[in-house]
Design a protein around this ligand. Structure first.
Ligand code: MTE
Length: 288
């Protein structure tokens, strides 16, 4: 996986996905920060120019350019279904209520590349506490925005738009599960899923759904876009697991963007202590 034209630490800021009138402090383009394992965070350039976002294009290095005029603010999210207090929130309301904190997480794509990203966000659990799931709620379903006139990839009929994802309720309530509204100390660029996106760091990146507009509490395991397309390749759980290969490639190692040598992939992407108990007694080669 080649990241052409990206120079670590260079000062070229590209598409930020926010309207030019928005006063956002320019994020520094490289950081000396590390995650809790000591791995350095990726540069802003890497994080914002190497993206999976099929609503725009399947070309990772083409997303930023196609997303540069995509409006990410104002942005609304509707939270509904099996909850006592259904409500539509604007992202502005959410960041006032649940002040975003910085979380440095590894993102491990199912395609076996990875990055370390300094997100700004708040635990989804805080929002769930407020809407109060009923006792029938067992899963959370997420839906991305559907705007084919602004997102050229959504004109590709092959994909069953809109992008959908889901979590079990206890996974959604885990403290690691974040709703991200920014990165690198600034707003969330369109290409990374602005207005607001989910980040579930112990699962393959496709679970971390971008541009979320609907969060529905449901009683049954929801359908998800990738498991609708290829259920034998992309399961509902999608926990990072070096022991369970993808049918077409090994998941034992990964390429960290910006590094030359491949790394060993860690069980649950290195978050085993925080999440392994969620899967006690489950055969993770069956529930992949
Ligand atoms: N969300 C939507 N709506 N559409 C997508 O194509 N791609 C997923 C995930 N969320 C995707 C999405 C995949 S495969 C990955 S690896 C991550 O977003 C990539 O996030 P990043 O571009 O911010 O690194």
């Amino acid at each position: 996986m080649k990241v052409a034209g990206l120079v670590a630490g260079s000062a070229v800021l590209t598409a930020c996905g926010t309207s030019p009138s928005t006063e956002t402090p320019a994020p520094s383009t490289a950081s000396t920060q590390t995650d809790e394992l000591g791995d350095p965070v990726n540069t802003f350039e890497d994080i914002t120019n190497y993206n999976n976002y099929y609503e725009f294009t399947t070309d990772k290095q083409g997303v930023a350019e196609l997303a540069k005029d995509f409006p990410t603010s104002p942005w609304d999210v509707e939270v509904y279904g099996l909850v006592i207090n259904p409500r539509k929130y604007s992202v502005d309301d959410l960041v006032k209520k649940f002040v975003p904190e910085e979380r440095i997480y590894r993102l491990r794509c199912v395609e076996a590349w990875s990055m370390v990203i300094p997100w700004l966000g708040f635990p989804l659990a805080k929002l769930l506490n407020e809407v109060k799931p009923t006792s029938d709620a067992k899963y959370v379903r997420f839906e991305s925005v559907f705007k084919p006139d602004e997102m050229p990839g959504q004109k590709q009929p092959f994909y069953p738009w809109p992008y959908q994802e889901g979590l079990r309720l206890d996974e959604a309530q885990n403290d690691l599960t974040l709703l991200a509204t920014g990165l690198y100390g600034g707003e969330l660029p369109a290409q990374n899923g602005g207005g607001i996106r989910l980040v579930v760091p112990w699962k393959y990146g496709f679970k971390s759904i971008k541009a979320v507009v609907k969060i529905e509490l449901v009683s049954e395991q929801p359908r998800t876009m990738w498991s609708d397309i290829a259920p034998n390749e992309y399961g509902f759980y999608a926990n990072v697991n070096p022991e369970v290969d993808h049918p077409r490639w090994s998941q034992r190692t990964e390429r960290r963007i910006g590094e030359f040598k491949r790394r060993e992939t860690l069980m649950f992407n290195g978050y085993e202590d925080q999440v392994a108990q969620l899967y006690d007694g489950m055969d993770l080669s069956v529930y992949y």
